[in-house]
Design a protein around this ligand. Structure first.
Ligand SMILES: *Cc1c(COP(=O)(O)O)cnc(C)c1O
Ligand SMILES: [Zn+2]
Length: 448
């Protein structure tokens, strides 16, 4: 145990190696496991209750109080204020949505949507980048790099530019939604398309970052997760500091779910909440590693004693079968989630469940969410499709309070939306009709 106010620690209980907060590491140098940002809370001045944060809304001219991440900086105190990176991230809303409640079979007033599409780059990734780029500035990094299914690259591009750093992104060839690609290019990131999928990019980017000494901002970076904890703080704030019964989130690389577990464990430890919500993580059926491992093979965190052999043999099977993940929810088309172990820990902390939902169910849910006012991209709607499934199984009760995280904006992937309406014949498809350029024909069509 370190006596520093803040340090990095390996999550492997047999190792628990600690590192200085200003070290640039995304994995333990000794055993290769993931790292946590750890705080000796006694060394920090802590608020006595969560209402403390609400007052900051009154200082909206102070950039740190304006940021939906740094407004909560007492809960992620790893960085001197002079290094903090912020572009106004986290101005997101929690909307109580009875249209969606009715669709999933919940009572009115019980279903809330945490709409992260309102972030500057249009996805929750900005919360994490605010954390990672603050650390990057603290250590004097010059060049940030990531692998991305799209949104990470958009967020990297925006933050790298605003911090005066170079940015490079690796994306799988032909695998990225147009809205996201347009952002990476537009904001000036060097964009490398690798002939492979996200998992291939993720492998390469770790090797390249190490070899070339570049600053990696994928969610392996523990400072990303510090920023993403604040999504949960904002949900609590939206619920007037009442803890909901359930948080539902799509699962890709599992950074969000890992961050959420850490957020709640810390709030509980600090005595700022007295109950921890349950966590439901939703995979797409075409990219369902977590579902297979957790629900089918019953792999558990087990207080830190994870059955890594069983996981390795599962991955060996995927390799042998030449498995490639496939889903229209491209942001979660990932078969080797890098944060798996931290996510298992979060599932233990939050007494969690994992489900898989089909692309059809995701796209129908996406259309319903959009129709009720919050356009989101397909991956985001996995949370609502997952809630509908968990309601039908009665794992989630009709009167339980639920917050679904809508991770990204609808305009990230307009192709998915248009294809749904024109080609897919989904439950809520709304096909355009073509008529002759003739007033009688137009009126005849409108009277149908
Ligand atoms: C990155 C992303 C996800 C996956 O989140 P993880 O933290 O990697 O599990 C889900 N939805 C959207 C829109 C994303 O951009
Ligand atoms: Zn270690």
């Amino acid at each position: 145990m370190s006596t520093e106010k803040c340090y990095l620690q390996c999550i492997n209980l047999d190792c628990k190696c600690t590192y200085d907060i200003s070290d640039v590491l995304v994995k333990c140098s000794k055993c290769g496991d993931l790292l946590d940002v750890m705080y000796n809370w006694n060394g920090h001045e802590m608020p006595r209750n969560l209402q403390f944060f609400q007052k900051k809304w009154q200082n909206r001219n102070n950039l740190l109080d304006f940021s939906g991440v740094w407004r909560f900086r007492e809960l992620l105190p790893f960085c001197d204020e002079k290094y903090i990176a912020t572009i106004g991230e986290g101005q997101t809303i929690l909307q109580c949505n009875d249209g969606v409640a009715s669709y999933v079979g919940s009572s009115a007033g019980k279903v809330h949507l945490q709409y992260e599409g309102l972030n500057p780059s249009g996805s929750f990734k900005d919360n994490g980048m605010a954390g990672a780029f603050s650390h990057a500035r603290m250590v004097g990094a010059k060049h940030a790099i990531c692998a991305s299914t799209g949104n990470t690259s958009a967020a990297l591009a925006l933050y790298a530019h605003s911090c005066g750093m170079e940015g490079t992104v690796f994306i799988g060839s032909g695998k990225i939604a147009y809205g996201k690609l347009s952002q990476a290019l537009d904001y000036g990131a060097r964009t490398i398309q690798i002939k492979g999928d996200f998992d291939d990019c993720m492998r390469q980017v770790q090797l390249v970052a190490k070899e070339m000494d570049l600053y990696l901002v994928n969610s392996l970076n523990p400072f990303r997760l510090e920023g993403q904890k604040t999504i949960m703080y904002r949900i609590l704030e939206g619920l007037n500091w009442q803890v909901p019964d359930w948080i539902v989130v799509p699962g890709g690389n599992l950074g969000n779910s890992s961050a959420f577990g850490k957020a709640f464990a810390e709030l509980k430890e600090l005595g700022l909440i007295n109950k921890i919500p349950r966590l439901a993580i939703i995979n797409a059926t075409g990219a369902n590693t977590l579902f297979e491992l957790y629900e089918k093979l019953s792999i558990r965190y087990n207080g830190g004693n994870v059955d890594t052999e069983a996981i390795d043999s599962y991955y060996a099977q995927l390799d042998k079968a030449g498995f490639k993940p496939k889903t229209l929810a491209s942001a979660i088309e990932i078969s080797r989630p890098v944060n798996l172990k931290k996510c298992l820990r979060a599932l233990e902390i939050c007494n969690g469940v994992v489900r898989e939902v089909s692309d059809d169910d995701i796209l129908d849910a996406r259309a319903i969410v959009a129709r009720w006012g919050l356009g989101c991209e397909p991956a985001s709607a996995a949370s609502v499709a997952g809630l509908k499934l968990l309601r039908s199984e009665n794992i989630i009760g009709p009167d339980e309070t639920v917050a679904c995280v809508l991770t990204g904006h609808e305009l990230k992937d307009p192709t998915a939306t248009v294809n749904y309406h024109i080609e897919r014949n989904g439950r809520f498809s709304n096909k355009p009709v073509e008529v002759e350029n003739d007033i009688d024909e137009i009126i005849r069509e409108l009277k149908k």
